[in-house]
Structures are given as structure tokens and as C-alpha cells.
Design a protein around this ligand. Structure first.
Ligand code: NI
Length: 162
């Protein structure tokens, strides 16, 4: 178990575009494992390589429902629904910050898994939202820049406790 150092708001790396992964070697597999460990430690649903300082096109997602747990290499959105929705979002690189972002309700994503197999995901709801959020990270785009005016809020963990 290895927790990597998270990159936070103000770190210029979050604005950089990540590079495609040509070879899925042991280093990439270790990175994926560490990204899961890091994401789970901070209770995130998704994490992109850039958020641990690695400018490579890799994302991990875990919706904690025993089925939506993925490592995606070089993910690309190939289809989007016409319908969009305004949904509340947060990001491990922006602790305690939340806001509504417009996302496609459904997306189809093509990627490679850790074995180099081609995978296609047809996602809707929270999974579609998480995929769009993480793939944005790979292009240097964060949710903060997409927040619908008037919906931004800061929620500290104390406020969340009963
Ligand atoms: Ni994020």
C-alpha cells in the first residue's frame, strides 16, 4: 500500500495536458495500485494521474458499489448523450469545495485496461459524471473552472457530521 502525494489547487501541473501511455509496464501497474490506495484514503470516487504528479493518461474510478471499479488507460469519450444535467461535484485536488457542473447524462468511453485489452464503457449517471471529470483532468481541465455561477460552496468535514 502506497499513498502518493496529492497535487492541490494552485499547483500548475493540474493545468497541463497528460501524455498517452504507449507501454503498460510494471511502473504503470504500480501507479494504478497506488492511485487506488491514494483515492481510497481520501474517500474519492476517481483520480487522474496528474493529481499525483504523473502526466500520463491514466484514471482510476471506484464508486464503491462492487462493480464500478476501473483503471482506464488512454480513455477517450467517443459518444455523448444530447441530454445534460447539472450535478454537484467535488475533487480531491480541491478539498471541501463543491459546485454544480454541467455534464452529459450518458457517455461511451473507449480505453485500454491494465492488460492492454480494449474496453468500451457505456456509462450513465454518477459513473458518466466521474468519467467526464477524470478525463477532463487529463486535458488540464478541472471542475473548478466549470462550476455554474452561484452554485459554489465550501463544506468542511465538521459540517458534514451529524
Ligand atoms: Ni478531480
Amino acid at each position: 500500500m502506497a499513498i502518493r502525494t496529492l497535487r492541490y489547487e494552485g499547483d500548475e501541473i493540474l493545468k497541463k495536458k497528460s501524455r498517452e501511455i504507449d507501454v503498460i509496464d510494471d511502473k504503470i501497474k504500480q501507479l494504478a495500485e497506488d492511485m487506488f490506495d491514494t483515492m481510497h484514503k481520501f474517500d474519492g470516487l476517481g483520480l487522474a494521474g496528474v493529481q499525483v504528479g504523473i502526466l500520463k493518461r491514466i484514471i482510476v474510478i471506484d464508486l464503491y458499489d462492487n462493480e464500478s471499479k476501473f483503471v482506464l488507460i488512454n480513455p477517450v469519450i467517443v459518444e455523448k448523450s444530447k441530454e445534460k444535467a447539472e450535478i454537484q461535484e467535488g475533487c480531491l485536488s480541491f478539498p471541501n469545495q463543491f459546485g454544480k457542473v454541467e455534464r452529459y447524462v450518458k457517455v461511451k468511453v473507449k480505453a485500454l485496461d491494465l492488460d492492454g485489452n480494449k474496453v468500451t464503457l457505456e456509462a450513465e449517471g454518477l459513473l458518466a459524471q466521474a468519467l467526464q471529470h477524470e478525463i477532463d483532468h487529463l486535458d488540464g481541465i478541472t471542475f473548478k473552472g466549470k462550476i455554474i455561477p452561484g452554485t459554489f460552496e465550501i463544506i468542511t468535514p465538521e459540517d458534514n457530521e451529524d
